[in-house]
Design a protein around this ligand. Structure first.
Ligand SMILES: [Cu+2]
Length: 175
């Protein structure tokens, strides 16, 4: 028995009707999603627009220390608790393995939040509101934020940053 030789151009055949349908569906869906992402950026409420500026780790470190010295009201778990005035520049520093300092904010008041890391990439994630920003060393993420809910919020790191990653937990108070 012989199997014979396979057809030389077995792949060079017109598309089947089902194939055509699915390829069309996939392309239409991809185009829809591509347009939906920028649309949601502007109309959705989950992604705040932000600005980046370059900043050296030393400079950011010094700015955070100054901010803490200026508005410190207490201490908790070895971290400074800071209560900045409304409409001020506020800072959170990411580093292995803490979010520093702990902020005490007021509901309905706008602040200019500066976020950076002084060692490596971290993921700034506020729970349970699920607000997430990637924090990269060398860049100051500047966000105008207005807390809309009061309570105690937990800040976790959602970018693996080393052995103590799971212990990188911060806190924020809004009242
Ligand atoms: Cu981490």
């Amino acid at each position: 028995m012989s199997l014979g030789s396979p057809e030389k151009y077995w792949w060079d055949e017109p598309l089947d009707k089902d194939e055509k349908t699915w390829v069309t569906v996939a392309i239409v869906w991809a185009i829809f999603l591509t347009l939906y992402m920028p649309y949601k950026h502007f109309t959705g409420k989950q992604n705040p627009s932000q600005e980046y500026t370059k900043v050296s780790g030393d400079k950011f470190d010094a700015a955070v220390d100054k901010f803490i010295a200026q508005y410190k009201v207490g201490e908790e778990k070895g971290l400074a608790v800071v209560a900045p005035p409304p409409n001020s520049d506020i800072f959170i520093r990411g580093q292995q393995f803490k979010w520093d300092p702990i902020l005490k904010l007021k509901k309905g008041v706008q602040y200019k939040l500066h976020l950076s890391s002084i060692d490596m990439n971290h993921g700034f994630s506020v729970q349970p509101v699920n607000f997430t920003i990637q924090v990269v060393p060398g860049y100051d993420n500047v966000l105008n934020i207005t807390p809309t809910t009061s309570g105690v919020f937990t800040i976790i790191c959602n970018e693996y940053c080393g052995l103590g990653h799971h212990t990188m937990v911060g806190r924020m108070y809004v009242d």
